[in-house]
Design a protein. Structure first.
Length: 162
């Protein structure tokens, strides 16, 4: 075997050994990282009902995406069932894509709830409500990972009405 062949074979073996060590390191590190990121998903899939309205796994609780109807139908259903003491009307949200739900009782506006696209950056109506002293809430109907569970929606509305 020539000197060049010996050197080349040694260099090739050393490179293979080094690559093998690096490969093992990166494989082990990648597996640990994958486990770290998969763990919340596994926990959420196995978790009992928590009342949370966000996360990577759809909760078992009734929510906007499990409801058989549009987001307007879902919010109308929740508001009518959970707040029968209020008259709730739906109309197109002013100056944006979405829906405005107005809660009235005894002829006075008790709450304004806008349900908008997350792409909306409209703040004018919210400021008008703040200036007039009218309680205001906003929900997004298309934000990834936000489920708008019934308990979440009802809880926020109940807090705003009190």
């Amino acid at each position: 075997m020539s000197l060049f062949s010996k050197l080349f074979n040694r260099a090739e073996k050393a490179a293979a050994d080094m690559f093998g060590e690096e490969k093992k390191y990166f494989t082990d590190t990648a597996a640990k990282e994958a486990d770290r990121y998969d763990e919340p998903v596994r926990q959420a899939a196995q978790a009992p009902q928590t009342g949370l309205s966000w996360g990577p796994v759809m909760p078992a609780e009734e929510n906007q995406f499990s409801y058989n109807g549009s987001y307007v139908d879902y919010f109308s259903h929740v508001f009518a069932a959970d707040f029968p003491e209020y008259t709730v009307t739906a109309s197109p949200a002013p100056r944006t894509r979405g829906t405005l739900f107005t809660f009235t009782q005894g002829g006075r506006i008790a709450l304004q709830v806008e349900v908008l696209s997350e792409a909306s950056n409209a703040t004018r109506f919210r400021r008008e409500c703040q200036l007039s002293g009218t309680p205001y809430l906003r929900f997004y109907y298309d934000h990834d990972g936000w489920w708008n569970t019934r308990s979440y929606v009802s809880g926020r509305v109940r807090s705003a009405l009190n």
